[in-house]
Design a protein around this ligand. Structure first.
Ligand SMILES: C[S@@+](CC[C@H](N)C(=O)[O-])C[C@H]1O[C@@H](n2cnc3c(N)ncnc32)[C@H](O)[C@@H]1O
Length: 152
């Protein structure tokens, strides 16, 4: 069993690069930082962003309410089970009225994608694969951004 959210032994995304992680080559941490160019583009479109999963071990974004007056940007850990938790949290916060951008790999067959993303969020497919911050190679998987508009 792979340890990413695809849940497959032979995931087309992660298995060929099982030794190099989902974000790219394993020279960085297991937490792939968002490339600056993508953050710049998102800020240009959405303004200031609130990050509920920053690189701060003392901060628990799953246990807090997210702000409603600024757009939340979520690039969650991709290790198995984590994307599901963050997708559930995005759904919950969206129901509270938050506007959220969720960056994840396109595991579109998962229950969490159908239960917590597809009915509520606009999905944009990113061209190419991202080179996450701290990694020398591009990610093994493609990326999508899922946009929950809290003012819907
Ligand atoms: C993929 S990294 C993204 C880092 C940064 N937000 C970015 O986009 O560059 C995911 C981050 O989520 C953090 N994280 C994991 N669980 C968390 C939690 N419950 N609350 C807040 N952050 C968490 C990890 O420490 C890791 O730094």
């Amino acid at each position: 069993m792979s340890d990413c959210d695809c849940g497959l032994k032979t995931c087309m995304f992660c298995a060929p690069r099982a030794n190099s992680g989902y974000y790219g080559s394993s020279d960085g941490s297991p937490h792939g930082g968002t490339p600056d160019w993508l953050l710049d583009e998102l800020r240009e479109e959405w303004g200031e962003l609130f990050d509920p999963c920053p690189n701060d071990p003392n901060f628990d974004g799953l246990e807090m309410e997210w702000p409603l007056d600024v757009v939340c940007y979520v690039n969650p850990p991709y290790t198995r089970g984590h994307i599901q938790k963050w997708a559930e949290k995005c759904h919950l916060e969206y129901e509270r009225g938050a506007t959220i951008i969720l960056l994840i790999p396109p595991y579109t067959c998962t229950a969490y994608f159908h239960d917590h993303i597809l009915p509520f969020a606009e999905v944009r497919f990113l061209r190419g694969r991202l080179r996450f911050k701290g990694y020398s190679a591009k990610a093994a998987n493609p990326s999508i951004i899922c946009i929950y508009r809290g003012d819907d």
